[in-house]
Design a protein around this ligand. Structure first.
Ligand SMILES: [Zn+2]
Length: 186
C-alpha cells in the first residue's frame, strides 16, 4: 500500500500527546502513516529492561533514591500495578497511607508503576520511577520538580515524550490485532 492512501482521512487521534505542539504531532502522524513509529522508537531504545518483578523494581528504585534523594522519606513499597489504567494517564502513583503506630503518626509511602512498563525500554521505566521519586520531595509539577527529574534522569523531557509515543504505538498495535482477529473494535 502506498503511503498517500494511509495519510488520507481525518488526522489520527493522539490521546497520550495532549499539550505537545502541533508541529511535533504532525511529525508523529507522519511516522504513523508511514508505519515507521515502531522502528523510530526501536532505534532510540533498542533494549528492554530486565526488571521483571516487584522485588527487582523496589531494589532499582531504592538505588536511585539512595543516590539522589538520600534524605527523602522512606519508601515502604515499589510495585507494578495491573490496575493502573494507562488510558486514564495514570502511568505511576505515589501514595502515602497514614496510620498511628506507637503513639506517632506514620506515613507508609508506596510507588506504583503501571504494569505496561514491565515490557518497556529501561529509560521509560526510569522516567516513571524518577517522576514518582521526585514527588517525595516536590509535590507539584513545577520548575523545581522537573529540575529534580532532569537531575536524576538527563533527557527526562525527551524520554517522557518518547514514552507517550511508545504508549501510542502499543494502542495502534492492539487495535490492529483486534481488527485482524475480526474482533469488535467497540
Ligand atoms: Zn506527578
Amino acid at each position: 500500500m502506498k503511503s498517500e492512501q494511509a495519510t488520507a482521512g481525518p488526522p489520527v487521534a493522539l490521546p497520550f500527546l495532549g499539550g505537545y505542539p502541533e508541529h511535533l504531532l504532525a511529525q508523529v502522524r507522519t511516522l504513523i502513516a508511514q508505519d515507521k513509529l515502531a522502528s523510530h522508537l526501536h532505534l532510540r531504545y533498542p533494549q528492554r529492561h530486565v526488571i521483571r518483578n516487584d522485588g527487582a523494581l523496589y531494589e532499582h528504585a531504592m538505588a536511585l533514591k539512595q543516590r539522589y534523594l538520600r534524605n527523602a522519606p522512606l519508601l515502604a513499597k515499589v510495585a507494578y500495578d495491573n490496575r493502573l489504567q494507562v488510558d486514564q494517564r495514570a502511568l505511576g502513583t505515589l501514595t502515602a497511607v497514614s496510620r498511628v503506630q506507637g503513639g506517632q503518626l506514620k506515613a507508609k509511602r508506596e510507588i506504583r508503576v503501571a504494569a505496561v512498563f514491565k515490557d518497556a525500554p529501561a529509560a521509560m521505566l526510569d522516567m516513571i520511577v524518577v517522576h514518582e521519586l521526585a514527588h517525595l520531595k516536590e509535590r507539584e509539577h513545577d520548575k523545581a520538580f522537573y529540575a529534580l527529574c532532569e537531575h536524576m534522569l538527563p533527557e527526562y523531557h525527551q524520554i517522557e515524550f518518547d514514552t507517550r509515543l511508545y504508549l501510542t504505538l502499543r494502542t495502534i498495535e492492539a487495535a490492529r490485532k483486534d481488527a485482524a482477529a475480526g474482533a469488535d473494535p467497540g
